[in-house]
Ligand binder design. Structure first.
Ligand code: FPP
Length: 243
């Protein structure tokens, strides 16, 4: 198979697609002797702030890890609180997303969430589907390994049905079968709160992304912090395997 064309190796171009692992809500609350939900509430404020700032800074796609397929292991009460915050976010933010021309996308196994949340997500995506963009992607009940297995299964089923030739399954075909198949490549992946791991997030998409781990807890991540992250990104030399 022919190698993928190597994009221009330059760091100064602003990232088109930024993803964030929003970590540290619990520690933010603990430091203040508050319940964890207080940290998550502040986390939602950070989501509002950063999605606005990303638009101002010209980021085309912002992907936020809101709930992983492993987060079900948390206490039932915390899961319920997080789902409640999501409902509230969707209800309160939708008008602004529509008026700002933002396209909302949700990735992950969100169809397995409670029926009312599924209906809200479907409604919100439908209402913003024809917006010009930028795109706000929320990863919900998302796990990258499941996304990869789903893509493999979908391609296998198409091959079995005779719709595609297995020999035609290359990187581009596989990528197109992912939840993010129609989005621009991931340029920058940020994780807050000092942890340095991917936690089953965008494993395929991160292949050539720049990683940035910052100590700031997510509720404290603000416009300045995002601008600083873009500045760091601008100093990186991306070579995509070239020289
Ligand atoms: C990690 O902090 C954060 C989460 C698991 C949830 C992220 C969710 C939000 C910011 C709110 C909902 C999102 C939207 C889009 C409305 P943690 O609880 O693991 O923090 P800790 O590691 O300090 O305990």
């Amino acid at each position: 198979m022919a190698a993928k064309p190597v994009p221009e190796a330059e760091g100064a171009t602003p990232p088109r697609h930024v993803a964030i692992i929003m970590d540290g809500n619990g520690r933010w609350a603990k430091k203040r002797f508050l319940p964890r939900i207080a940290g998550h509430k502040q986390g939602v404020e950070a989501v509002r702030r950063i999605s606005r700032a990303a638009r101002t800074l010209g980021i085309e796609v912002l992907t936020l890890y809101a709930f992983s397929s492993e987060n079900w292991r948390r206490p039932e009460e915390e899961v319920r609180d997080l789902m409640g915050l999501l409902r509230h976010f969707l209800a309160s933010e939708l008008d602004e997303l529509v008026s700002e021309g933002v396209k909302l996308r949700v990735i992950g196994a969100w169809r397995k969430l409670s029926p009312d949340l599924v209906a809200m997500i479907e409604g919100a995506m439908a209402r913003t589907a024809n917006n010009p963009g930028p795109t706000l992607v929320i990863a919900l009940n998302y796990g990258a390994q499941a996304e990869l297995a789903d893509a493999a299964r979908a391609l296998a089923e198409k091959a079995r049905a005779g719709e595609i030739d297995p020999a035609s399954i290359d990187e581009a075909a596989f990528e197109a079968a992912l939840d993010t198949g129609d989005l621009p490549p991931l340029d920058l992946l940020i994780r807050t709160s000092g942890e340095q791991r991917l936690s089953n997030f965008l494993l395929w998409q991160a292949a050539y992304a720049e990683f940035l781990f910052v100590d700031t807890l997510w509720p404290d991540f603000d416009e300045k912090a995002l601008a600083a992250a873009l500045d760091q990104y601008g100093r990186r030399q991306r070579r995509f395997g070239g020289l």
